[in-house]
Design a protein around this ligand. Structure first.
Ligand code: HAM
Length: 417
């Protein structure tokens, strides 16, 4: 048997204090904002049947083709979810009556078998939103505006919204045929992967990072050329609505997004200063067949690790979950400890953050621990305090000390800090 490694799997991380307080702060403020738009949380399983994703993301999408952690048990194939939309649609498909709407969000880990690098992980976390059942340009704009408001509330500046349209499902074969006809004469200039993509998934050529391919793509006409007038006016309406809402965006005619379920509006949010992995979020309108139902929705997924990388120190300090100041109770005897244990419980009940030594350590060791834990207050009880029902309360920042009655401890510290 190999030795236990204390490191997490490559590309995955332990998230711990003090960084975890930043995660909690981001999540708490997001929950508050999403509630104002009447979105409700849904928690779907991390493991799904693999068909949930192959069916909706597309067999030829990068995620399905190369990045799913899948495994077999008793002849069934499962996988760790690589994204959140398909699982939410599976849930909604089984629960939504005709013409009903659902406004849902989720926060949790996603898994993709990637080559890890800065901002690209094998386990990462998304805050995702799915608004299902309202097929209108106005709905696309409302969801996008909500995302802009969320990023702003976190203090994430320097974000750019890039917007495009993939047209309707009916436009899709024409877009693919048009792109193929444009790219086929340049086949030899394309990389090997893109030569294969010409047949399998020509849209992905537009995403290729190889320089030669980028040159060919730059010269292409915008994909809107092959779309019906209704699709173009839908896209115009989304843009007008965003202008009305005061959301800044730019149209990027080369943006296609890598998942097959999208139609009409798509967008990506990039943030300067993130290097190669600069997409903090992606979203769009989508359609999925779930059983007999054809479900339409619009939503987005925000990469939380990338948000944290992009946050400035000041923004992070503002959003971090604030902890109550720490009180450490120090006992100089077993009797003092026994007296202080219920006091600690009452203080916690009143919302104070309290620790005390329960291992019989010396006074010196307890005081050392208090300094190490960065206590704001230390309360010491020895024999004489035990007799009088008092405690010596030290304010560590002010370097002051006073004797107060045990009964006065909660009122004294409530509202402190
Ligand atoms: P996506 O563009 O694949 O879209 O992912 C959304 C965001 O997740 C990305 O912009 C990025 O910030 C983050 N992300 C993706 N892969 C990684 C990774 N390996 N490491 C770190 N962060 C990563 C979706 O997943 C769609 N489900 C979004 C959506 C929801 N569209 C409609 N509704």
């Amino acid at each position: 048997m190999s030795a236990v490694s204390f490191k997490p799997v490559k590309g995955m991380s332990d998230i711990h204090s003090p960084e975890v307080e930043l995660w909690q702060g981001l999540e708490a403020s997001a929950r508050g904002l999403l509630a104002c738009y009447d979105f409700h949380e849904v928690r779907t399983p991390i493991v799904e049947n693999v068909s949930v994703f192959t069916h909706s993301l597309g067999e030829a999408s990068e995620v399905v083709e190369k990045q799913m952690y899948s495994f077999e048990r008793s002849k069934e194939t499962f996988c760790l979810r690589p994204e959140g939309t398909a699982g939410v649609m599976r849930y909604v498909g089984g629960n939504l009556q005709d013409n009903q709407q659902a406004r849902l969000y989720y926060i949790g880990p996603m898994f993709r078998a990637e080559q890890p690098q800065a901002g690209r992980k094998r386990q990462f976390h998304q805050l995702g939103v799915e608004c299902i059942g309202e097929a209108s340009a106005e709905q696309d704009a409302e969801v996008l505006q909500m995302q802009a408001a969320l990023l702003k509330s976190w203090g994430l500046n320097n974000v750019r919204f890039q917007l495009n349209t993939r047209g309707s499902l009916e436009d899709f074969p024409k877009v693919l045929a048009g792109l193929r006809a444009e790219l086929e004469p340049q086949r030899d200039a394309l990389c090997e992967d893109c030569q294969r993509r010409l047949q399998d998934n020509v849209l992905r050529v537009l995403d290729c990072k190889v320089e030669h391919c980028k040159d060919c793509v730059q010269a292409l006409p915008p994909i809107t050329r092959w779309m019906a007038p209704e699709s173009l006016s839908y896209f115009e309406k989304v843009q007008a609505c965003l202008r009305n809402l005061g959301v800044d965006f730019e149209v990027n005619p080369l943006l296609v997004r890598g998942l097959d379920y999208y139609q009409h509006t798509i967008w990506e949010v990039t943030c300067s200063g993130l290097g190669a992995q600069d997409a903090v979020a992606g979203g769009g309108r989508y359609v999925m067949k779930m059983g007999k139902q054809q479900l339409e929705g619009v939503g987005f997924g925000i990469g939380m690790e990338r948000v944290i990388l992009a946050l400035s120190e000041e923004a992070a300090a503002r959003v971090r979950r604030k902890e109550a100041p720490l009180l450490i109770l120090v006992s100089m005897s077993d009797a003092a400890r026994d007296r202080l244990m219920p006091v600690a419980a009452q203080c916690r009940d009143a919302g104070l953050r309290v620790r005390m030594d329960l291992g019989g350590r010396s006074l010196k060791a307890q005081m050392k621990a208090a300094a190490r834990l960065d206590a704001a207050y230390v309360g010491v009880v020895g024999d004489s305090e035990l007799e009088t029902g008092t405690l010596q309360l030290k304010d560590m920042a002010a370097r002051t000390q006073k004797e107060i009655s045990l009964d006065a401890l909660i009122p004294e510290l409530s509202g402190a800090g």
